[in-house]
Design a protein around this ligand. Structure first.
Ligand SMILES: Cc1ncc(COP(=O)(O)O)c(C=O)c1O
Length: 411
């Protein structure tokens, strides 16, 4: 890494940044919500755009000197519209949770009823968990997955919708491996006169590439982070029908946020430009093939996978019938240079901090260039670590380092 000025001026922080870059390069990343943004995206982040204040929107700012920033924000908007066939896009949300807060604020009043997926069935904290602002400010009713199939139970969604008459129905997840039937959600929302909101934070890249179905043309409003399968900078965007544009924009600024982070806006534009290229479609296809190859290999080796497989970039390995937890597996794998996240399984008998599963995702390894045969090799290494002792973990750590050398992240 170059970073000449930082190295000279602040060797302490430079050394830690270098250490983390080296860790990322020499370890395997299987956290489903992470990815490696391109060097072009990282370069856009580290620019003087970070110095500017731009409260407001292109052509209507509260500060002078924003003509260049207007051009950048307009390009980010135009590319996102093209990518998702969106009528209106707000590219200013700072991250996924603030974006979701702005969506609720744009359409609802505190205390209103919302229907969302339970956290331990794959939902996100911002979909109504009691410790989150969403669960504290709104009256969330939660649906889940069918305990037999692991699939979202659309009959239960409809039954709860008819019973509770929510003003909004949220579809979307952090840990669910099957394709969502967006039209079925929209039909239920239409039947009861609720707003439809899709949070596609995890699968936006796969949708942009045409590998999964797109809710944007049919839903009222859709949010996504930009740093997961979409492989951009940390951040988020909100997309909606043109008729909701003004209320969504007002909810983001001045409702939720002050000035946008213009360096992030530029980096989002760069990432959207990358996602519009044919190579991104190939990449996204490979993400799904790698996740499916890994899930199949776990099943072949006798492990249980929630819902029996995956249609997207992630899957959950269920250890409920084994003597170790998701946390135990996560810790052992970390020592062997493999990052995964512990995960609840539907109706988990164990608490969220020590749940019964791990979530495995393929976006980051696919960016490095791993293909199905490498992904299957990885599963063998994972099993050796979780079934083996500490010594075996250290042996695997060396094998992981060798594998990583074949697939450098940046250089
Ligand atoms: C479905 C979903 N929505 C929202 C978020 C929140 O995004 P952020 O961490 O950027 O606030 C996440 C993050 O994992 C997510 O999975």
């Amino acid at each position: 890494m170059e970073l000449q000025n930082l190295k000279q001026q602040d060797p302490e922080i430079f050394a830690l940044i270098s250490k983390e870059a080296e860790r990322q390069n020499s370890e395997i990343e299987l956290i489903a919500s992470e990815n490696y943004a391109s060097l072009a995206v990282l370069e856009a982040l580290a620019t003087p755009l970070a110095n500017k204040y731009s409260e407001g929107y292109p052509g209507k700012r509260y500060y002078g000197g924003n003509l260049v920033i207007d051009d950048i924000e307009n390009i980010a908007i135009a590319r996102a519209k093209e990518l998702f066939s969106a009528e209106h896009v707000n590219v200013q949300p700072l991250s996924g949770s603030p974006a979701n807060a702005a969506v609720y604020m744009a359409f609802l009043e505190p205390g209103d009823t919302i229907l969302g997926l339970k956290l331990d069935h794959g939902g996100h904290l911002s979909h109504g968990h009691p410790v989150n602002f969403s669960g504290r400010l709104y009256n969330f009713v939660q649906y889940g997955v069918n305990p037999e199939t692991g699939l979202i139970d659309m009959a239960e969604v409809r039954r709860l919708a008819l019973e509770h008459q929510p003003k909004m129905i949220v579809a979307g997840f952090s840990a669910y491996s099957r394709e969502i039937d967006w039209q079925a959600f929209q039909d239920i929302a239409t039947e009861i006169g609720a707003y439809s909101f899709a949070d596609i934070a995890h699968i936006a890249g796969l949708i942009a590439a045409g590998e999964l179905k797109n809710p944007v043309p049919i839903f009222d409003v859709v949010s996504t982070t930009t740093h997961k399968t979409l492989r951009g900078p940390r951040g988020a965007i909100i997309m909606c029908k043109e008729k909701y544009a003004a209320q969504v924009n007002r909810a983001v600024f001045p409702g939720m946020q002050g000035g946008p982070h213009d360096n992030m806006t530029a980096a989002k534009a760069v990432a959207f430009g990358e996602a519009l290229k044919p190579e991104f479609k190939e990449y996204s296809r490979q993400v799904i093939l790698n996740a499916q190859a890994m899930a199949r290999e776990f099943i072949a080796k006798g492990y249980k996978i929630v819902s029996g497989g995956t249609d997207n970039h992630l899957f959950i390995v269920d250890f409920s019938e084994r003597e170790y937890s998701g946390k135990d597996a996560e810790k052992k794998l970390e020592l062997a240079g493999i990052s995964v996240s512990r995960s609840t399984i539907p109706n988990d008998p164990n608490p969220p901090m020590n749940p019964s599963g791990i979530r495995i995702g393929a976006p980051a390894i696919t960016t490095r260039g791993l293909k199905e045969s490498d992904a299957i090799e990885l599963v063998a290494l994972i099993i050796r670590v979780i079934e083996g002792d500490e010594k075996e973990g250290l042996v695997v750590k060396e094998e992981i380092k060798n594998l990583c050398q074949k697939f450098p992240v940046y250089y």
